[in-house]
Every structure is written in structure tokens, then in C-alpha cells.
Design a protein around this ligand. Structure first.
Ligand SMILES: Cc1cc2nc3c(=O)[nH]c(=O)nc-3n(C[C@H](O)[C@H](O)[C@H](O)COP(=O)(O)OP(=O)(O)OC[C@H]3O[C@@H](n4cnc5c(N)ncnc54)[C@H](O)[C@@H]3O)c2cc1C
Length: 471
């Protein structure tokens, strides 16, 4: 892909073209702000609406209505007048809202008077023995292959874990004609009781009927083994089988050529954290979430966060959060947006959030699947095991950043995306303190891999940088 020239300054820069970013950029552009939407994917859509304008899966029932709802959002964005830079990886964001971005192998600097981060969510780590074996991947990765390439796993396929996305993928896989050998459901029995008080509000949320239809359809066709309390993937050059325990009983085994794991999603915090946005540990969602006001404004002036990057709430909530953050940005820059738009966004967001407590409680991943032990790999990039981490805590290591010095965990290509939550929780457990007290990796740019050549090609002197980025 050839380098795309990005202007050196905008009123608003939105990072992430999922439902939140698409909605935010559309509102800003329609209000008259010069707006750029930067996203690393080849086309708009984010996670849920991935490749919606070019997916080879044209039979609508395969991916389902909730996927195709994204087409209208992309259409509205395309006619908004905002600029979309696809294949744009944002690797740096400063407190002054200078943005470092790579497009087509060329790094550039740009800037904006307001930045709205809509970087979405990442699948939560699922560190079980053997999770690094070829043939073991996440349910989300399998869904990406389906949405963007129309590919499904062949052979004996086992899904394991918990959470809405696991059931959604199973349903989409069946619609696509794929074979699912079994689903090993790790939803903890006690969660079902704990979720009961949240049922009434869940019944009023849009998720209930859609979820019920989905789970029932899957259970009619696939063997679901519930109450799974332990899992391990077995194999040498690739996964051959998966061993599991139910209710702590004897270990059972199922043959598997592909094992798809999933235990929920968590906000993608790296860029916001590297820009200095304050984050807090959210015990109800077991993750770090930015500290925001009710318009999405963060602790850093001029930087807002919207969508699942602001806390997991799903695609529809993401869209309304994007609109609210955009309305706030427009008004802060002296542009007007009708009050009715804000009132509607607040009303709709409230409705979307009704079912959250039920889903967070029911699908709260079990501690045993979040805090591995022994030789299970935690940091895949640097191959650091759970035992190494707990041993280092016993030596007096207080936090993830000191852990880097001891073990290099979190210093690989993913910059802690696949181990950060696990490392924080293991240290907290070892020290007997809450995760908030342990903290998270200190993130610095580049937050995404970038070549030295790209960095070297950037304007050199402070004056040159200042000349390029007039904010
Ligand atoms: C793998 C996966 C699959 C999912 N599938 C579904 C689904 O089918 N249905 C559903 O209801 N929910 C799904 N979800 C949940 C999903 O988080 C939300 O439903 C919804 O997509 C959140 O919208 P968003 O706008 O906040 O972010 P997202 O849709 O996640 O979009 C964020 C976008 O930002 C981009 N981005 C992130 N960092 C950078 C950067 N530094 N530079 C440039 N671009 C960047 C990402 O590539 C992505 O395109 C999925 C989540 C994951 C992780």
C-alpha cells in the first residue's frame, strides 16, 4: 500500500473505525469540524463490523443481523465528509495531541485540537497449559478469519471458555457450515446464582432475546459440556486433544485439531495509557478502564475515550458513547450540535447499559483461568512462565514494571497486550493486595511495532516537528 499523505492538523482526530469511531467521526464532520478517522485495518468496521464493505461472506444469515447493522453506520460515515485513513497504525499520542502514525510503511506526524480514542477491546488472555500450541487460537481470531476471509477451521474443532462472543462465534460457525465437536463451558456455577439479581434489567436490555436465540440454536446442534473448571491443550507440534475437568472431577479428554479459546474482552488501553490518561482497576470487569467524565473526557485535556476502550459495554453502547464524545468535542471547539442529539445519545446509552451487570457477573472468568501456575506461559512474547512471575514476587518484586527488569515480560512485540492483566493479577495475589495497588505496565511510544527506518524518516529537529504539527 503506497504512503498516504495525512494533513498536519485537524480539529478532531478519531483513532479506531469501529462503531464508536465511525459514529464520533460522522458527528464531528457533520458539525463542520475538519475530521480524520485513523484505523489500522484495511477497511472500516472495527471488531464487530470487521470487513463489512468487503467480506466474502455475502449470505447475510451467516454472520447475522447484528453484523450487517454496521453497513448503515459505514454509509453514514462515508457521506459525512470526514477523512478516513485505512491501514493507519497510531503508535504515539502525546499530551499535546501530537499523533505518530504509520501508513503504508511510512511514518508521519499529525495533530488535532481534540482526539477521540476509540481503540476498542482486546480478547482477555486465557493462559492455560498448551495455549501457545499451533492450532490453539482465540474465538475472536477465528471470527476475524471468517469475517475477513470466509475461512472456518476444518477437522475436529473444540470451543472452550465463556462469554457472549464464544456463543456468537459458535452460532456463526454453524451458519457457515463448520463442524463444532464440543463446547467446553467454563462459566462458573456460582456466577449463575450471583447474576440472578441482574436478570430483570437484562430482560429489558436488547441482548436478552438475541442471546437466548443464539445459545438455544447452538445447544440444539452442539454438545455443550458445562461446569468446566480446568483445561489444558495437549500436543507437540500442534494441538491433538484438550483435557478438562468438570466440577473438579477426574480429567476427561477430547480429540481436537483446533481449540478456540475465549473468556471475554477487556479495553484496549495501550495508546490511552501511553498518552498519560489515568486508568483505574475495575473489579466488576476485571480490567483497567480510563477515568472519564460522562462525555468521555479523560484526565488529559483534549483527549476523550469512547467505545469499549472506555469499559466493555458492547457495540451499540460504543456507538452512543462515540456520539457523546463527538458532541462534547464539537462544543468545546465552538461548534454547535442540536441538544436533541445529545439527549437521544444519553437515553440510548442508558438503555444499552441495562444488561451489562448481568453479563459481567454471569461471564466473570474464574480465577483459576486468569491466574495460571507452574510452567504455564504467561508472557508469550518473552516466554515467561507463571512460576517465574510468582517466584519473582516472592523475591520482593512489587509491580509489573519492576517485573520487566527481572523477566522482560511485557517487553515483546505485543507490549503487554497478551499478558498485562495476568501479570497484574498474579502480582496482586502474591502480595495480597488489590490490583489497583499493583498497577499496570508503564507504556511509552511506540505502542505498536514500527521500524527504525520509519522513525528515522520522520522530521528531525524540534523546530521541524513544531513546524509540521501546528496544533
Ligand atoms: C476479536 C473481537 C471480535 C469481536 N466481535 C464481536 C462481534 O462479532 N459482535 C459483537 O457484538 N461484539 C464483538 N466484539 C466486541 C467489540 O468490542 C464490540 O462489540 C465493538 O466492536 C466495540 O466497538 P468499538 O468502536 O469500541 O471498538 P472496535 O470495534 O474494537 O474498533 C476499534 C478499532 O480500533 C483499531 N485500533 C486499535 N488500536 C489502534 C491503533 N493504535 N491504531 C490504529 N487503529 C487502532 C482496531 O483495529 C479496530 O479497528 C468483538 C471484540 C473482539 C476483540
Amino acid at each position: 500500500m503506497s504512503a498516504v499523505a495525512i494533513r498536519d492538523a485537524y480539529d478532531v482526530a478519531v483513532v479506531g473505525a469501529g462503531p464508536a469511531g465511525l459514529a464520533a467521526a460522522t458527528v464531528c464532520a457533520k458539525a463542520g469540524l475538519s475530521t480524520v478517522l485513523l484505523d489500522e485495518q484495511a477497511s472500516a468496521g472495527g471488531q464487530i463490523y470487521r470487513a463489512i464493505t468487503e467480506t466474502p461472506v455475502r449470505e447475510k444469515p451467516v454472520l447475522g443481523e447484528s453484523y450487517w447493522r454496521g453497513a448503515a453506520l459505514v454509509e453514514a460515515f462515508r457521506s459525512s465528509g470526514a477523512e478516513h485513513v485505512a491501514g493507519a497504525t497510531v503508535w504515539s499520542l502525546t499530551r499535546e495531541r501530537e499523533i505518530g502514525v504509520s501508513v503504508g510503511g511510512g511514518a508521519q506526524l499529525t495533530g488535532a485540537r481534540r482526539v477521540i480514542l476509540c481503540t476498542g477491546a482486546l480478547e482477555r488472555p486465557f493462559p492455560i497449559p498448551g495455549w501457545t500450541l499451533p492450532g490453539v487460537m482465540t474465538a475472536g481470531a477465528a471470527q476475524i478469519l471468517l469475517k475477513s476471509a470466509g475461512l472456518v477451521a476444518s477437522g475436529r474443532t473444540v470451543l472452550a471458555g465463556c462469554g457472549p462472543l464464544l456463543w456468537l462465534l459458535a452460532w456463526q460457525y454453524l451458519n457457515a457450515g463448520a463442524n463444532i465437536d464440543a463446547i467446553l463451558d467454563t462459566t462458573a456455577e456460582e456466577n449463575r446464582t450471583r447474576a440472578l439479581p441482574h436478570v430483570p434489567r437484562f430482560l429489558l436490555s436488547g441482548y436478552f432475546l438475541e442471546g437466548l436465540k443464539l445459545v438455544r440454536a447452538v445447544k440444539r446442534e452442539v454438545r455443550v459440556i458445562s461446569g468446566v473448571t480446568a483445561l489444558r491443550a495437549i500436543g507437540d507440534t500442534g494441538v491433538r486433544s484438550v483435557a478438562f475437568r468438570r466440577h473438579g472431577d477426574v480429567e476427561e479428554t477430547r480429540l481436537a485439531d483446533t481449540l478456540l479459546l475465549h473468556q471475554g474482552v477487556a479495553p484496549n488501553v495501550n495508546l490511552a495509557l501511553s498518552a498519560g490518561v489515568e486508568h483505574r482497576w475495575d473489579e466488576s470487569q476485571l480490567c483497567w478502564a480510563p477515568v472519564l467524565d460522562d462525555e468521555g473526557n479523560s484526565s488529559v485535556e483534549g483527549i476523550a475515550v469512547a467505545g469499549d476502550g472506555a469499559g466493555i459495554a458492547g457495540a451499540q453502547a460504543a456507538e452512543w458513547r462515540g456520539r457523546l464524545a463527538a458532541i462534547a468535542a464539537a462544543r468545546a471547539l465552538g461548534f454547535s450540535v442540536p441538544a436533541v442529539e445529545e439527549a437521544r445519545a444519553r437515553r440510548e446509552l442508558k438503555r444499552c447499559l441495562r444488561g451489562r451487570a448481568f453479563l459481567d457477573t454471569l461471564y466473570r472468568p474464574a480465577k483459576s483461568f486468569r491466574q495460571p501456575s507452574g510452567d504455564t506461559i504467561v508472557c508469550r512474547c518473552e516466554e515467561v512462565t507463571a512460576r517465574q512471575i510468582t517466584d519473582t514476587v516472592a523475591l520482593g518484586c512489587p509491580g509489573p514494571n519492576q517485573m520487566k527488569a527481572f523477566l522482560r515480560c511485557g517487553m515483546g512485540l505485543c507490549q503487554g497486550r497478551l499478558c498485562g492483566l495476568t501479570v497484574t493479577e498474579l502480582i496482586a495475589e502474591g502480595r495480597g493486595v488489590p490490583p489497583q495497588q499493583v498497577g499496570y505496565y508503564r507504556l511509552r511510544p511506540p505502542v505498536k511495532p514500527i521500524t527504525v527506518a520509519e522513525l528515522a524518516a520522520l522530521p528531525k529537529t524540534e523546530a521541524a516537528v513544531k513546524a509540521v504539527v501546528r496544533i
